[in-house]
Design a protein around this ligand. Structure first.
Ligand code: HEC
Ligand code: HEC
Ligand code: HEC
Ligand code: HEC
Ligand code: HEC
Length: 469
């Protein structure tokens, strides 16, 4: 199952509250901001290190100041006592300039602009920083080159109106005006925390499945007293968030291509698996440290929404490395490579362009390379080594899913699947080195989208093994 790599593990303090949810993943530390990809992101990167350099006392004072300023501007001071003293030093404490920014958003009666995640920073700073690393914060077309260029291509080929569809999930808080603050924030804090109810019905996705609370009420996975926060409303626990699945499924369940072929199928794959793991248990593991200046102090649910993109943007391959267990052994028939899916949905799941390739290199007893399962084109030379989906148009030509007539191949690993692929290797092969290589999109699609010179188009090795005859 999902094990963050050892280098990512924090010291577990094991103090304070325990949680009832089973299968809570522990020990993922926040990684420093290494925003390699620049033009798409520059504006919203907030390197953590600047806050860390600040002297401790200054941080302490600035947190107190922020909360004091905001409290004094709240409508009801009596009820507005923060439930936790903001004493513990945080890794991403607001600096005084950040605090000023925050207080600008808090007017005495209107509270804060819940559609601007920056207004959460002063009090929920660690969570804010985590979220800025996640693909949820990059879900707007200006902040994600793969999505942005695919959206543009589809608008060109299928009509401008297609953009309204994308906005239902990619910027659900402002689908009609994607370029507002609320739209640019992508899958923002309010997208999840201002939810009053989730309707799980066929065809209802994103904003169509979500009902918002009146006003600035923020709900979470636990009951909060009225007045618990000085600047926003609070309410009872949201069942759709508590179960760790229903809220996520409003956007992650399933999508179809225009001709009805399955496109993204994380939801159905997950249901096929059964069991009591939840989306939250793997993608929002509990991490050490306070969520910010307010709230429970010892631990919080990571808002990095761990996913494949971390390998490119934060140089963190841990979730991808946890996805598949790979082993290999020589036998009478040749070399057998075994791949076991450790996630509880397909591998690779999600966007239909994702793929993984098994690369085998055979060496003779002197260590010379004498055999490979492919050199340039795995789909032509050894298609069984490729875990992917292929879609065809009406003429039987391979095309990206949205322009296809039907899906003709799905060789991804199913949930719980263990697959063995046997290679007939020449007799002089004495040892083999095997790599599992993951790509966000195939090179051909990267070319079509004109992003083939970008980091997102490069491959990552996510597992290695070897075998001796
Ligand atoms: C002035 C400080 C302040 C600001 C700014 C603020 N909050 Fe809060 N928030 C609080 C306090 C205090 C609580 C109650 C914490 C508790 O009871 O543990 C809270 C609770 C919450 C909770 C429930 C947390 C839990 O432990 O279950 C959520 C969700 C939340 N806030 C979201 C937001 C979002 C989103 C924003 C920005 C739009 C925001 N908050 C801005 C002070 C703030
Ligand atoms: C039902 C909600 C939903 C709708 C509607 C939707 N998407 Fe997405 N999209 C997602 C989710 C969720 C992901 C993350 C990957 C996954 O799980 O499929 C995603 C990921 C993507 C990606 C991959 C991005 C990357 O960085 O790798 C592309 C490209 C994309 N969407 C294009 C579109 C386009 C274009 C439209 C509109 C025509 C659209 N999507 C409509 C939910 C949606
Ligand atoms: C046992 C841990 C586990 C659970 C539970 C789990 N996932 Fe994943 N998830 C993974 C791993 C590992 C990966 C990386 C491999 C991959 O992309 O398939 C991943 C990848 C993803 C991706 C990236 C897809 C893309 O387009 O690249 C999305 C989205 C996702 N999961 C959503 C979900 C949702 C929604 C749920 C709940 C229905 C869920 N996951 C439950 C482990 C888990
Ligand atoms: C995709 C949905 C989603 C988004 C976006 C999101 N959250 Fe959350 N948040 C959750 C879920 C789910 C939980 C409850 C996790 C749990 O049960 O452990 C949560 C928990 C919290 C908590 C309580 C954390 C704890 O464990 O003590 C706070 C505070 C919070 N969120 C604030 C924010 C803020 C601020 C933002 C934006 C910067 C944000 N959230 C964005 C889904 C989301
Ligand atoms: C309002 C729609 C929406 C909701 C609700 C939502 N997501 Fe997402 N999620 C998206 C979109 C859109 C993307 C893809 C953004 C992109 O790549 O441009 C995404 C991407 C992801 C990824 C992929 C990250 C990566 O590196 O590729 C993971 C993991 C994920 N979401 C987990 C969750 C979990 C867990 C929940 C529930 C707590 C959730 N999401 C709720 C819309 C949503």
């Amino acid at each position: 199952m999902f094990r963050p790599s050892a280098t990512r593990r924090c010291n577990r303090l094991n103090r304070g509250r325990t949680r009832t949810r089973r299968a809570r993943r522990s020990g993922m530390c926040r990684v420093g901001s290494e925003f390699a990809l620049s033009p798409w992101r520059r504006s919203s990167c907030q390197p953590v290190s600047s806050a860390e350099k600040e002297p401790e006392i200054m941080r302490y004072l600035s947190i107190l100041l922020t909360v004091a300023v905001l409290l004094s501007s709240a409508c009801d001071k009596e009820e507005a006592q923060p439930t936790a003293e903001p004493t513990a030093p945080t890794t991403a404490a607001p600096t005084s300039s950040k605090a000023d920014e925050t207080s600008e958003h808090g007017s005495p009666h209107a509270g804060i602009d819940i559609d601007d995640p920056q207004s959460c920073k002063g009090c929920h700073g660690t969570i804010y920083e985590e979220w800025t690393e996640s693909m949820h914060s990059r879900a707007h077309h200006d902040n994600d080159p793969i999505y942005g260029s695919m959206r543009a291509l589809r608008m060109k080929k299928q009509g401008e109106h297609i953009a309204e569809k994308c906005a239902k999930c990619h910027n659900a808080r402002s689908p009609d005006q994607p370029d507002t603050v609320a739209g640019k924030a992508g899958v923002s804090c309010a997208t999840c925390h201002n939810v009053a109810a989730v309707e799980s019905a066929p065809g209802k996705v994103g904003v169509d499945a979500l009902t918002w609370e009146e006003g600035n009420v923020m709900r979470s996975s636990r009951d909060l007293e009225p007045g618990a926060s000085p600047v926003h409303g609070t309410g009872k626990a949201l069942p759709a968030m508590q179960d760790g699945v229903t809220l996520c499924m409003s956007c992650h369940n399933a999508t179809k291509t225009p001709t009805g072929a399955p496109a993204c199928t994380t939801g159905p794959e997950f249901r096929e698996h059964g069991g009591d793991e939840t989306c939250v248990s793997c993608h929002m593991p509990e991490v050490e440290g306070p969520a910010g200046a307010v709230g429970r102090q010892d631990k919080h649910a990571s808002h990095q929404f761990l996913g494949p993109h971390r390998a490119w943007y934060q140089n963190d391959k841990s979730i991808l490395e946890s996805a598949v267990a790979m082993s290999a052994a020589f036998g009478d028939d040749g070399l057998t490579v075994t791949l076991a899916n450790k996630s509880v949905h397909g591998f690779p799941s999600g966007f239909p362009g994702r793929l993984a390739v098994v690369k085998v290199v055979g060496k003779d007893k002197d260590g010379e390379v004498v055999w490979q399962n492919f050199t340039d084109n795995p789909m032509a030379e050894h298609p069984d080594s490729v875990l992917n989906k292929v879609y065809h148009d009406a003429n039987g030509k391979p095309v990206p899913a949205p322009f296809s007539k039907k899906m003709v191949r799905d060789t991804r690993l199913g949930p719980d699947e263990t697959r063995m692929v046997t290679y007939e290797v020449p007799a002089n092969v004495a040892s083999a080195e095997i790599k599992l290589i993951y790509r966000l999109l195939p090179p051909k699609l990267a070319k079509l989208l004109e992003i083939d010179d970008r980091v997102e188009a490069t491959p990552k090795v996510i597992a290695t093994t070897s075998a001796e005859r």
